[in-house]
Design a protein around this ligand. Structure first.
Ligand code: NAD
Length: 502
């Protein structure tokens, strides 16, 4: 008899199962402590409408308690040999593998992604832990003898103190792992504030961090919304802030934290173009582009939401895209065969519906309308079917702004020059892709395109942990990006020592 390997459907995680009506605790100084906040929000499974728990809206007092714990833990952690620090991450990596399906199921329950999408995101998160295990090598300094006779110069990378990260709802397990493992491996201590819409993945993950033996105070978790964020941005004992979220908030985080003397890396929103050239393999392109647009219900900063059909690709591509989108199966991400989950909340669904209405009013041609889609088994779910607009221009609201839902817009371009102008007209510059069978066209696109993450016959150009992750223009505020060597630079100061011995 076949045994199902699918995760259990109920909340499998201890933190949420304990007291569904009591706000989940913060993790401060190595212990789970109740937030001092009086306000909290309900947590709801966006597919089934089941209550998953409550999240407290912590404020300045909770943030300060976390910062003080992190500050107190810093001297001993900083003096812990890098190999010993890395060993805690090796143990965490093993625990994350052991609890892989459980974590993926939590992501699906709180965010709505399909289970395969959640698994992919947990895998990407773990890859950052793996990369951070190599920090003893990555954070080595450099030295040069005889910069003048008998004088040597060297630089050491040193941890700086307490860092913080503020993360979005769309990748609840993965995005926090873009930051804190690197910061902590470098010898810093940390305060993490996950999205108040999806705090449960981090709740479970921090339980595993505790089990892995990270000393008390090295990583602290504070749940909350903008009050907690503003307390972080202005706290005098935090030396640097990493942020991922919408561009408006990213800009606020960047300007406020910088004005308070902190290092900042703030990754913002996106509007990503996918150029399909007439010489592309249209069947392959359609398959990959459909996944890029509608995967994670379009709630991905790398989603290719603007399809630029170039030259003769237009007609056949449009027909194929509509056919391919019809093949998506809407439903609860823990159910078999589902390829399109709900959006995260009723509020977000209303926002996406508003964009669709603006598209219609703005004169775009609605060739596929997902507004009425329902899933019989889950009448309370925040479902939206795949939606496709044709004839979209950058002047239209839906051609300009980030929709962040299962909505594609098709624009036309005569050739590569015109397609690139469309890309460059956008205020965002996170990711873009080209589909072509010509190496020359691909090379020209890569060379001329002013966007940071580029795909060639790839729908979602997601850099792995050892490559830099982040955009430019309105998609990124700062200079050092997430992941890899940029992380090591962001989380350390370069101390230069020049020596002469008489
Ligand atoms: P969001 O900006 O609403 O929230 C992100 C974080 O900021 C959350 O922790 C939230 O509590 C906090 N926040 C929200 N409003 C705030 C305010 N007014 N003041 C202070 N803090 C505030 O973003 P979201 O809706 O959670 O996530 C989706 C957005 O994130 C999209 O724009 C998406 O493109 C972007 N994103 C970007 C990347 C990237 O790599 N560039 C990756 C993932 C998501």
């Amino acid at each position: 008899m076949a045994v199902s390997t699918r995760p259990q459907r109920g909340p499998a995680f201890a933190s949420a199962a304990r007291e569904p009506d009591v706000p989940i605790p913060n993790y401060i100084g190595g212990a789970w402590v109740a937030s001092r906040a009086t306000d909290s929000l309900p947590l709801v499974n966006p597919a089934t409408a089941e209550r998953l728990g409550r999240v407290p809206l912590s404020g300045a007092a909770d943030v300060d308690a976390a910062v003080q714990a992190a500050k107190a833990a810093f001297p001993a952690w900083r003096a812990t040999p890098p190999v010993v620090r890395a060993r805690v991450l090796f143990r965490l990596k093993a625990l994350l593998e052991q609890h892989f399906d459980e974590l993926a199921a939590i992501v699906t329950q709180e965010n709505g992604k399909t289970l395969d999408e959640s698994r992919g995101s947990v895998r990407r998160g773990i890859e950052n832990v793996e990369h951070a295990c190599g920090l003893p090598t990555l954070m080595m300094g450099q030295a040069l003898e005889d910069i003048a006779p008998g004088i040597d110069c060297e630089f050491w990378r040193q941890p700086m103190g307490v860092f913080a990260a503020i993360t979005p709802y769309n990748f609840p397990a993965m995005v926090p792992l873009w930051f804190w493992p690197y910061a902590v491996a470098c010898g810093n201590t940390f305060v993490l504030k996950p999205s108040e819409q999806v705090p449960l993945s981090q709740q479970r993950m921090v339980e595993l961090v505790h089990e892995a033996g990270l000393p008390a105070g090295v990583l602290n978790l504070v749940h909350g919304g903008k009050d907690a964020v503003n307390a972080i941005l202005t706290h005098p004992d935090i030396v640097g802030v990493s942020f991922v979220g919408s561009s408006a908030v990213a800009k606020h985080v960047y300007t406020t934290a910088a004005a308070h003397g902190k290092r900042v890396q703030a990754l913002g929103g996106a509007k990503n173009h996918i150029l399909v050239m007439p010489d592309a393999d249209l069947d392959q392109a359609t398959r990959v582009v459909t996944e890029s647009i509608f995967g994670c219900a379009g709630q991905r900063c790398l989603a290719g939401s603007v399809v630029v059909a170039t030259g003769k690709a237009y007609g056949p591509l449009k027909d194929r895209l509509v056919e391919s989108a019809k093949g998506l199966k809407l439903g609860y991400g823990l159910d078999d065969g589902v390829t399109l989950g709900p959006v995260v909340s009723a509020r977000h669904k209303a926002r996406v519906l508003d964009y669709i209405e603006q598209g219609v009013q703005g004169g775009a041609d609605l060739v596929m309308d997902g507004r009425g889609a329902t899933v019989d088994a889950y009448p309370g779910g925040q479902f939206l079917g795949p939606t496709i607009f044709d004839g979209v221009t950058p002047q239209m609201t839906i051609g300009r702004e980030e929709i962040f839902g299962p909505v594609a817009t098709i624009s036309r371009a005569a050739d590569l020059d015109e397609a690139l102008s469309l890309v460059h007209e956008s205020s965002y510059a996170n990711a873009t892709s080209i589909f072509t069978s010509s190496g020359k066209t691909a090379r020209e696109f890569r060379y001329r395109c002013g966007v940071s993450m580029i795909g060639v016959n790839i729908g979602v150009a997601a850099p792995m942990a050892f490559f830099p992750f982040g955009g430019t223009k309105g998609s990124f505020f700062g200079d050092l990006k997430a992941h890899g060597q940029d992380s090591v630079q962001f989380f350390t100061d370069k101390k230069v020592v020049i020596s002469r011995w008489f």
